[in-house]
Structure formats: structure tokens, C-alpha cells
Design a protein around this ligand. Structure first.
Ligand SMILES: C[S@@+](CC[C@H](N)C(=O)[O-])C[C@H]1O[C@@H](n2cnc3c(N)ncnc32)[C@H](O)[C@@H]1O
Ligand code: SF4
Length: 351
């Protein structure tokens, strides 16, 4: 079944675009490399292989959530559904600067989005600029429904390297089934305005990646979206599978223990505990974007190096030890992660 999906994917995706995508990222990593970053990358890779719980290396990718506020209501996004357990808010610039200052010697890339719409934040351009000034590649994912006067120019001048645009339909009736309250024509106008501006200035960046999440209701528009990606001249197009719906894990009665143990076997290892870190708008540090229930620390009250090897982080890494281990004595966000075991239809039904 998995293989069939891959084959379907290969059949529809223009291959040269996929190759170009990987080459572009590799080239960017080479441009951003320094001896210290390379040394860290090698160290943390070895420590991942050894499944070290206490590590000397640091993450080389950070996902930083500028805000968890959004104007749309996508039905399987916790923010869109109104069930995001975090309070709503925007990251102060001071928090962002602190993260970059502490991690700039290791970071190749930041993913500047979380569970919200980054383009709603005025400070987003200062954040991108600060990352670029510190030799870090920046990627943003956006619904691109709403840009203000001057935003196209600011975006093209910002130093952003990749703009992922969520476009899961090319007609309004299909698009709005998932992107509830979104306006597909506005998204297309904004894409075209950015491409025009880049051409006028002879710029390559930001590259635009159209991201189409394939669901039953929009599958028939995949060929049209590929055609649109060609005619608009965007650099990348990807098809994405539906991600897991947010489900609180490890129930108080331990009911998800069995599922978690099974997952551990299936997943083998989750490198995000070594390679990446997720930092919410309020400074909360988590292993990834799917782990709402449980914080590993807060960057506003502690330095990252104290959090990275604390009891909760090391207990999370311990779950992935080669020898079977008991459930952690206290709840950690990774225990019971349903990433591979529980997938649901974004519009409601289990699948
Ligand atoms: C939560 S969104 C935040 C960024 C922005 N608001 C957006 O939608 O692009 C982060 C990423 O998750 C993707 N996403 C949203 N719903 C999804 C789903 N059901 N399955 C997989 N990815 C999804 C978005 O397209 C986006 O690339
Ligand atoms: S546009 Fe992005 S943040 Fe907003 S509801 Fe949809 S997926 Fe969530």
C-alpha cells in the first residue's frame, strides 16, 4: 500500500522539479556551512547513531513558531479547529533574538512557522533578516491569503530562501473545503506578484514551493495544480500526505501505553530528538510540532543548553534505546506519539 502511494506520487510529480528541490537545499546548506556547524553536524549524527541520551552536539534545524494565530479554520489543524491547547500569542522579537544568539553556531536552517499564520506577524521580516544576518537559511510555510501593501517587496528583500505556499486546490469550491475562509484567487495573485517582483529585480530568492495536501475532495485537481505551478513559474511543487490529527497521548490511566510500545518498534528512532527542536511563540521547547502535551523547558527562563540535556529531554531519548525500556516514570511528550500508528481523515472520518 505504501509502495503503491510512492508509485502514484512518482507518476504525477515532475521528476526534474524534485531533483532541483534537493539540489537547492544542499547548495544552501553548503553556502551556510562553517567549520563549527560542520563539526556539530557530524557530532550529533554520530550521537544519534549511538542513541546517546546526553549529547554534546546541538540541533542543526530549529522550528520556531512566530505566532499561533490564524485567520483560517482548516479542519485538521489544532489552531483552525480552535483546540490548540496553547494560549494564543505572538513571539516577542527579544525571544527570537535570544534563540538565534544561542544557537547560531549550530543552525543551518530555521523553519519559521508553527501552528499559526506567520505572515500575520509584522515582526516576521525582522526575524528573517536577523536569521539571514547570522548565516541561517529560513523557510516559511504560509496560506498566503493575506498580504499587506508593501509585503511583496519586503518579502523579496528579506533574505527568505524558501516560501512554502499551502495550495490544496485551484478552484475556490475545492480549496475552501480544507482552507476554510481562504481565498484561492488572492493566493494566486500573491504568488504571481512575488514572482513578478523577483523577475524585476533578477532575484532567485525566495524560491516558492507550492504544497498540495492530497485529500479525497481535491485529488482531481492535482493535474491542474501541477499545470498552475508550471505556468506561474514557481520553483517547486510537492504533494503532501495528510498528517496526523492532534490527539492527546498517554492517557492518565496509561491507556495508550501499548500503542506507544508498538510505535517504538515501528519508528525505531525519531531523529528529531537529536537534530531538531521546536520552540513555540511563548518560548516552550518541544521535540516537534506534534507534541503539545508537555514542555521540555522554556527558552525565556533558561538557556537552551540547559534544556537540551535536562531530565525530560534525556528521558525522551531513552525511549528510543535499542534495548526495550520501561515507560518513563513521568510523562514525556514523545511517549505515545501516534506519528505512524494513527492517521485520520482531515475532514472527520478515521481511515
Ligand atoms: C499548521 S501550518 C502553519 C503554516 C501556515 N498557516 C500554513 O498553513 O501553511 C504548518 C504546515 O502544516 C500543513 N498542514 C496543515 N494541515 C495539514 C494536514 N492535515 N496534514 C498535513 N499537513 C498539514 C500546512 O500546509 C503547513 O505547511
Ligand atoms: S492556514 Fe495553517 S495555521 Fe491556519 S488553520 Fe490552516 S493549517 Fe492551521
Amino acid at each position: 500500500m505504501f509502495q503503491k502511494k510512492i508509485l502514484q506520487r512518482k507518476a504525477v510529480l515532475p521528476k526534474h522539479l524534485m531533483v532541483k528541490r534537493y539540489l537547492r537545499r544542499l547548495q544552501s546548506y553548503i553556502c551556510h556551512t562553517t567549520p563549527a556547524k560542520l563539526f556539530n553536524l557530524l557530532s550529533i549524527t554520530i550521537e544519534t547513531g549511538l542513541r546517546r541520551e546526553v549529547v554534546r552536539g546541538y540541533p542543526f534545524i530549529a522550528q520556531i513558531e512566530p505566532t499561533n494565530i490564524c485567520q483560517l479554520q482548516c479542519p485538521s489543524c489544532p489552531t483552525g479547529q480552535g483546540i490548540n491547547p496553547d494560549p494564543s500569542g505572538k513571539m516577542p522579537l527579544a525571544t527570537f533574538f535570544k534563540i538565534i544568539d544561542e544557537l547560531k553556531d549550530y543552525l543551518y536552517e530555521i523553519l519559521l512557522y508553527g501552528f499559526g499564520e506567520p505572515m500575520l506577524l509584522k515582526d516576521i521580516y525582522s526575524m528573517i533578516g536577523y536569521a539571514a544576518k547570522n548565516n541561517i537559511r529560513t523557510v516559511i510555510s504560509t496560506n498566503l491569503c493575506h498580504l499587506q501593501q508593501g509585503d511583496v517587496e519586503r518579502l523579496v528583500d528579506s533574505g527568505l530562501e524558501l516560501l512554502v505556499v499551502s495550495l490544496d486546490g485551484i478552484t475556490q469550491s475545492t480549496y475552501q473545503k480544507y482552507r476554510v475562509r481562504g481565498d484561492v484567487e488572492a493566493v494566486k495573485r500573491n504568488i504571481e506578484a512575488i514572482m513578478r517582483r523577483k523577475r524585476e529585480l533578477g532575484r532567485r530568492d525566495p524560491a516558492i514551493q507550492l504544497q498540495f495536501i492530497v485529500m479525497d475532495h481535491n485529488r482531481h485537481e492535482v493535474p491542474g495544480a501541477i499545470e498552475y505551478s508550471r505556468s506561474s513559474g514557481v520553483e517547486e511543487f510537492i504533494l503532501k500526505e495528510v498528517g496526523p490529527r492532534y490527539i492527546p497521548r498517554l492517557g492518565a490511566d496509561g491507556s495508550e501505553k501499548e500503542q506507544a510500545q508498538k510505535l517504538k518498534v515501528e519508528l525505531n528512532i525519531c531523529p528529531k530528538l537529536w537534530y531538531e527542536a521546536y520552540i513555540g511563540w511563548n518560548g516552550v521547547v518541544r521535540p516537534c510540532c506534534l507534541t503539545f502535551d508537555g514542555s521540555l523547558g522554556n527558552i525565556n527562563s533558561e538557556n537552551f543548553d540547559k534544556i537540551w540535556n535536562n531530565e525530560r529531554y534525556t528521558a525522551s531519548r531513552r525511549i528510543f534505546r535499542r534495548n526495550p525500556v520501561e515507560a518513563p516514570a513521568f510523562p514525556v511528550p514523545c511517549f505515545g506519539c501516534h506519528l505512524l500508528s494513527q492517521w485520520m481523515d482531515p475532514l472527520g472520518k478515521d481511515r
